[in-house]
Design a protein around this ligand. Structure first.
Ligand SMILES: [Zn+2]
Length: 145
């Protein structure tokens, strides 16, 4: 008689997910040099830049930090206007390009982040549908009482 719960050590559930970055255009984070870099704000690098003589068509540029793709974390100066479509395409990088290995790693991380976000949306939708079905069923049970 086998008394122990056999744990076969089958880790099929936790298999290492190998990751390949295809770099296809479906990546929501475009890294094209023609697009404005996705941006974020940082406490130590924000506001209108007064330390350089840089200007865009709208005056002194705004300090920004790239938040997406291979340039993640690089500081740059960009148009002072808000992201409302009126921004001009002015971009002046402050930090030098990251080493290629870092750029590739950032792209992988953003790709994975994108996958997780998609999975989370999918789970939210599933949960919403399941709750709706539950409510529906409870209402039908009440009626049939
Ligand atoms: Zn501008």
């Amino acid at each position: 008689m086998s008394s122990s719960t056999t744990h076969t050590g089958d880790d099929s559930d936790k298999s290492v997910h190998t990751f390949t970055y295809s770099g296809d255009s479906s990546d929501y984070l475009s890294d094209s040099d023609n697009d404005l870099p996705p941006e974020t704000e940082e406490r130590l690098w924000r506001g209108i830049d007064r330390s350089t003589d840089e200007r865009c068509a709208h005056g002194r540029p705004r300090r920004k930090v790239c938040w997406g793709g291979r340039n993640t974390g690089r500081r740059f100066l960009g148009c002072r206007l808000e992201e409302d479509g009126n921004q001009c395409s002015y971009v002046k990088w402050i930090d030098a390009e990251w080493p290629e290995r870092v750029q590739v790693s950032f792209k992988k991380l953003w790709h994975q982040s994108n996958q997780f976000m998609r999975a989370r949306r999918h789970c939210s939708n599933e949960l919403r549908d399941a709750l709706a079905a539950k409510v529906n069923m409870e209402q039908r049970l009440k009626k049939s009482e």
